[in-house]
Design a protein around this ligand. Structure first.
Ligand code: NAP
Length: 290
C-alpha cells in the first residue's frame, strides 16, 4: 500500500455497520498501486441512523466513491441521485460513485457472479438451479441467472421462507420471471431438489471464517457428479461445502473470483481504469492463505 499521501490523493472507501473483516481495503489499495493511481481506500463504520449524514459528508469531503455493505445495501437507494437500471432491478446497491456531488448507485456483484458462471452457460441453460439464501448476494445471482441464462426453474431455499417468498414475488414483478419456487431449509424433499439441480449456489454466510467448520446440514448429502456448486463465501476459499461437493465429483466454484471481479468493476467505475484481474487475484490469495 502507498505510504505517501498528497493534497490531491483521492479517497474511496466502504460504508457498513458493523464493518467486519473485509478484504476490500487490501484489494482496492493494491489495485491503485498496480495502476499507479493516487487513491486511498478506507473503511467507514456508519450505523443506519447516521447514513444520511454520512452521505452528505462524503459529498462535502469530495470522497470519490465507496462500496456499500450490510445493512445499507437496500435502504441507501432513497438517498441516491441516480441508480443504474441493473441495480434498480436487483434492489441492492454495492457501489456508489460521487459524480460532481451527485451520488450514483450501481451493483457490481452481478459482474462478479457472471465472471464465475458464464463459462458454464451451456451446462446451466435449460436446467434446474438452487439458490440457498435470500439476501443481497442471492439477489445479484438470481438477477444474473434470469437475465443472462435460461434456467428451467430456480428454487430459492432460505432459513426464513417468507424472505424467499418475497424475493420470488419481487422478481416475478420486476422481471416477469415466474419459474421460481421457494422452500424453507429443512423440508424432507430438499435432498432430491438439490440432487436434481445442475447448479447449487450457497448465498448464505454459513461456512465463513471464523465459523469455517459450519455447513448447511441439509446440503451435506446432496451432491452428485458433474454438478456445479458455487459458494459465495470467499474466506476460506475452499469452504467445507466445496470440499464435500468436490469429494462427490462436483465442479466447485469459490467466491474469490466473484469478489475480485466485483471489486475490479467498482474500481473501474471510480477511476475509469481496468485492473489486471489475475494479478489482483494472486495478491489477494496470498493474503487470504496467511
Ligand atoms: P445477507 O443479505 O445478510 O443475507 C444472508 C443470508 O444468509 C440470508 O438468506 C440468511 O437467512 C442466510 N443465513 C445466515 N445465517 C444462516 C444460518 N446460520 N443458516 C442458514 N441461513 C443463514 O448477506 P449477503 O450480503 O447476501 O451475503 C451472504 C454471503 O455471501 C456472505 O458470506 C457474503 O460474504 C457473501 N458474498 C460474497 C460475495 C463475493 O463477491 N464473493 C458478494 C456478496 C456476498 P435468513 O433470511 O433466514 O436470515
Amino acid at each position: 500500500m502507498k505510504d505517501t499521501f498528497h493534497l490531491n490523493t483521492k479517497i474511496i472507501g466502504l460504508i457498513g455497520h458493523p464493518i467486519k473483516q473485509t478484504y476490500s481495503p487490501f484489494i482496492h489499495n493494491v489495485a491503485a498501486q498496480m495502476k499507479n493511481l493516487d487513491y486511498i481506500y478506507l473503511p467507514f463504520d456508519v450505523p443506519t441512523a447516521n447514513l444520511r449524514n454520512a452521505l452528505r459528508g462524503m459529498i462535502a469531503l469530495n470522497i470519490k466513491g465507496f462500496n456499500v455493505t450490510i445493512p445499507h445495501k437496500e435502504n441507501i437507494v432513497q438517498f441516491l441521485n441516480n441508480v443504474s437500471e441493473e441495480a434498480s432491478i436487483i434492489g441492492s446497491i454495492n457501489t456508489v460513485v460521487n459524480e460532481m456531488g451527485k451520488l450514483n448507485g450501481y451493483n457490481t456483484d452481478v459482474d462478479g457472479a457472471l465472471a464465475t458462471l458464464i463459462p458454464y452457460k451451456n451446462e446451466i441453460n435449460g436446467m434446474d438451479i438452487c439458490v440457498v439464501g435470500a439476501g443481497g448476494g442471492a439477489r445479484a445471482v438470481i438477477y444474473a441467472l434470469i437475465r443472462y441464462f435460461k434456467p428451467k426453474k430456480i428454487f430459492i431455499i432460505n432459513r426464513t421462507e417468507q424472505r424467499a417468498e418475497a424475493l420470488k414475488n419481487y422478481f416475478s414483478a420486476k422481471m416477469k420471471y415466474t419459474s421460481i419456487k421457494t422452500r424453507e431449509l429443512f423440508p424432507p424433499d430438499l435432498v432430491k431438489i438439490f440432487k436434481d439441480s445442475k447448479l447449487i449456489v450457497n448465498a448464505t454466510s454459513v461456512g465463513m471464517f471464523p465459523d469455517s467448520d459450519d455447513i448447511i446440514t441439509s446440503l451435506s448429502d446432496s451432491f452428485v457428479k458433474d454438478q456445479l456448486v458455487f459458494d459465495l463465501v470467499y474466506n476460506p476459499p475452499e469452504t467445507k461445502l466445496l470440499q464435500l461437493a468436490a469429494s462427490n465429483g462436483a465442479i466447485v466454484l469459490d467466491g474469490v473470483k466473484m469478489l475480485v471481479h466485483q471489486a475490479a468493476k467498482s474500481f473501474e467505475l471510480w477511476t475509469g481504469e481496468k485492473v489486471p484481474i489475475d494479478e489482483l487475484q494472486r495478491s489477494l490469495m496470498m493474503v487470504i492463505k496467511n
